[in-house]
Design a protein around this ligand. Structure first.
Ligand code: ZN
Length: 140
């Protein structure tokens, strides 16, 4: 299987590593939106957010917050995006799960301006119903 992130984990490809423990590694994106743009990935290969086991996700989210604090303190951006893209349509280009931590500035080149829709009549309830019907967890 060809995976650039697995190559980085196995030290077959170089990366500017920020942090590493037994299950997670974080390194700088070589094509950053802004300088300091970091990635956080599991050392085990999972395709995306939907397929990663919860225990692995817990490890990653902890490191993602740690790296976010460090970027915030060291680079002092105006804000941060913490995002994960799932599927090609959502902009995923490496199919090994990863969080992006992107330092943001009021005047940077990254635009994220969705054209917002309005729900027709009661269709918001219909959308909620079909989603709720797939939620297997107890409601709180
Ligand atoms: Zn991989």
């Amino acid at each position: 299987m060809d995976c650039i992130f697995c190559d980085i984990i196995e030290k077959k490809s170089k990366a500017e590593v920020l942090f590493e423990n037994k299950s997670v590694i974080s390194f700088l994106d070589i094509r950053p939106v802004n300088y300091g743009h970091a990635l956080v990935i599991p050392k085990n290969h999972y395709i995306d957010f939907l397929s990663i086991p919860l225990i692995e996700l817990n490890n990653i989210i902890e490191v993602t917050q740690k790296i976010s604090y460090a970027i915030n303190k060291s680079i002092n951006p105006d804000g941060l995006n913490v995002i994960t893209n799932n599927g090609q349509a959502a902009g995923q280009s490496v199919f090994h799960f990863h969080f992006h931590i992107i330092p943001r500035f009021y005047k940077d080149s990254f635009t994220f301006k969705p054209v917002l829709k309005n729900y027709e009549r009661d269709s918001i309830t219909e959308f909620a119903e079909i989603i709720r019907s797939e939620i297997k967890l107890e409601r709180v």
